[in-house]
Design a protein around this ligand. Structure first.
Ligand SMILES: Cc1ncc(COP(=O)(O)O)c(C=O)c1O
Length: 380
């Protein structure tokens, strides 16, 4: 049976990318690596829409977020953080772990923070050093559509903006320079359709200035100033990088460039829109507010009486479709679909059909035809 990952990461990886990882090992302190590294950095700048410095770190996404926080937040620093899901909670834990003081903007799960709320928090906390937020909250399927406005605001106020864009970079609009994002973090295993294991991070001039003034260092492994020095001096990384994953990322970014960022974002939008339409046709309720719905992670409330393990088990074992359950307080209450990376119209249609069939198997009256028709119409 064909295995189709419709997870919010890791996603299906194209054969070209898998093949790239079979290349023989090279010296990470030699000319072949320097060329590979330069290609990756140039293509990442395209995806991040930035002229800022960018790095591929050998770690998962959490390591990238930790790197962002540990390089600019010192004990006692105030950080304004909208918190409305598992990943923003985790980010707040990381700020606290370096002694930072979190000024929380509580957000109901399923809603997105508004620029006015950030402005109010900044007015009350004029000494804040940074605003840190999750652009696409993977646990709730919510995208912070006000990010551009928040970026304008933090830029004007001289406050750093740190953004976790792990489950959205390459799948929806994200303009690091235009939106004044100082540190932006992403991961290899989501919309870029690469295997897990690399975190990607962009760093602005303002963020460098903050780092250069610091007297202490919170992390030896995640030292961005060391990354900068090694890249500028010799196109290398401070420590041994995951060379095979660099090959994979290089190929995944080549494929992204061949498709073009705009087209790729449009494909993600079309697939998400079809999924939302199909679930509405099935009479299911969606977790996220309509204006905050993510184009990469679709979160759906379980209808009364549907058991999470049974539902996802049938989908996996009988249809080969792998989707995610809820996280944190939403465990057992929602299911989540990752519509990312290589996702196509066919992937969406087979997912919709299989979900409708599974709901029927579990005793619900779900019209498979209506759901598939709604999805097809959305693509037209
Ligand atoms: C928004 C967000 N932040 C952070 C992470 C953590 O990334 P990782 O599991 O690669 O460490 C994830 C993973 O799903 C995520 O979606």
């Amino acid at each position: 049976m064909r295995k189709l990952l419709m997870l919010p990461g890791p996603t299906n990886v194209p054969d070209r990318v898998l093949e790239a990882m079979r290349k023989p090992m090279i010296n990470h302190r030699g000319p072949e690596f320097h060329k590979l590294h330069e290609n990756i950095v140039e293509n990442l700048k395209y995806v991040f829409q930035t002229k800022n410095d960018v790095y591929a770190l050998t770690c998962s996404g959490t390591g990238g977020v930790e790197c962002a926080i540990f390089n600019v937040i010192d004990p006692g620093d105030k950080v304004i953080m909208p918190i409305g899901g598992v990943f923003s909670e985790r980010m707040a834990e990381e700020v606290k772990s370096v002694g930072g003081s979190v000024v929380e903007i509580p957000i109901a799960w399923g809603k997105a923070v508004k620029v006015e709320q950030v402005e109010e928090a900044l007015n009350k906390n004029e000494d804040a050093k940074a605003v840190a937020l999750v652009y696409n909250e993977t646990s709730t399927g919510v995208t912070t559509r006000d990010l551009r406005k928040i970026g304008d605001l933090t830029y004007r106020r001289g406050v750093l903006l740190i953004v976790d864009a792990i489950s959205i970079l390459g799948g929806d609009e994200l303009k690091v320079d235009d939106w004044h994002i100082d540190i932006c973090v992403s991961g290899s295993q989501k919309c870029l359709a690469c295997p897990p294991g690399l975190a990607l991070i962009s760093v602005s001039e303002r963020a460098w200035k903050v780092m250069e003034k610091r007297k202490t260092r919170q992390s030896f492994y995640f030292d961005l100033l060391a990354c900068k020095r090694f890249y500028e001096e010799r196109k290398e990384t401070p420590f041994t990088p995951a060379v095979s994953l660099y090959y994979a990322l290089d190929e995944a970014l080549r494929m992204l460039r061949e498709e073009g960022l705009e087209k790729r974002i449009e494909r993600h939008r079309a697939c998400a829109s079809a999924l939302y339409k199909a679930f509405e046709a099935l009479g299911l309720s969606l977790l996220a507010d309509p204006e905050a719905r993510s184009n990469t992670v679709i979160a759906i409330n379980y209808p009364e009486g549907v058991d999470d393990a049974k539902f996802r088990g049938i989908l996996r074992d009988e249809y080969g479709i792998h989707i995610a359950g809820g996280m944190g307080k939403l465990r057992g209450k929602i299911f989540r679909i990752g519509s990312m990376g290589t996702v196509t119209k066919d992937d969406v249609l087979v997912t919709v059909e299989s979900i409708a069939l599974t709901l029927n198997k579990l005793g619900l009256k779900a019209s498979v035809e209506d759901a598939v028709r709604a999805a097809k119409e959305a693509f037209m």
